[in-house]
Design a protein around this ligand. Structure first.
Ligand code: ACO
Length: 151
């Protein structure tokens, strides 16, 4: 795995990342909603309880102690491939002031490593067409197509 730029550090999601602006970073993706420390804590505790399924990592800017990038891999248990495991990469976000510094690439490398170490036979993700070149640089290849049903 390649090194991070000086001044950045990779961590698993931490209980006090709410205060490090974690949800602000996610807002580059979509509507995050109005959270309080309580709504943050209830979701954080759920994920912590299921820490063999949810692996969220962050890259912190050590100078400011703010989150610069994040990503999650969810481990799915299947019957096919003889009780195989599939890793689903979700919610990749790099704060706009930190984009283009290879932090996205580092997040993906770390999540691929977690997928490999947990025994997944593949790691997959859905993305916008404009992000295909980024994921190709991270070693992914286009496969099939995405479908969605919104409630
Ligand atoms: N088109 C073409 N190439 C790209 C793009 C792009 N949109 N984004 C990055 N790259 C290239 C870079 O030029 C770099 O190439 P190089 O190695 O030849 O120099 C390589 O990909 C790695 O780029 P990073 O610097 O690691 O990219 P960054 O840290 O900016 O992260 C990301 C990319 C995650 C797309 C970021 O810009 C971002 O957060 N965007 C907004 C949110 C988003 O779209 N997230 C992905 C949602 S999909 C999902 O979550 C599964």
């Amino acid at each position: 795995q390649s090194n991070l730029h000086e001044g950045y550090k990779l961590y698993p999601l931490r209980a006090n990342d709410f205060e490090r602006g974690y949800l602000d970073v996610l807002s580059v993706l979509t509507e995050v909603g109005a959270h309080t420390v309580d709504t943050w804590n209830s979701q954080y505790q759920f994920m912590k309880k299921h820490n063999d399924t949810y692996f969220t990592i962050t890259i912190t800017d050590e100078k400011t102690n703010r989150i610069a990038a994040t990503g999650t891999i969810l481990i799915e248990h299947k019957f096919v491939h003889k009780n195989g495991l599939v890793g689903h990469i979700e919610d990749i976000a790099v704060d706009s002031s930190h984009q283009g510094k290879k932090l996205g690439l580092r997040v993906i490398e770390a999540l691929k490593y977690i997928g490999e170490m947990t025994g997944c036979y593949k790691v997959i993700l859905d993305c916008a067409v404009k992000n295909i070149p980024f994921y190709e640089k991270c070693g992914f290849t286009p496969k099939e197509s995405q479908m969605a049903w919104y409630i």
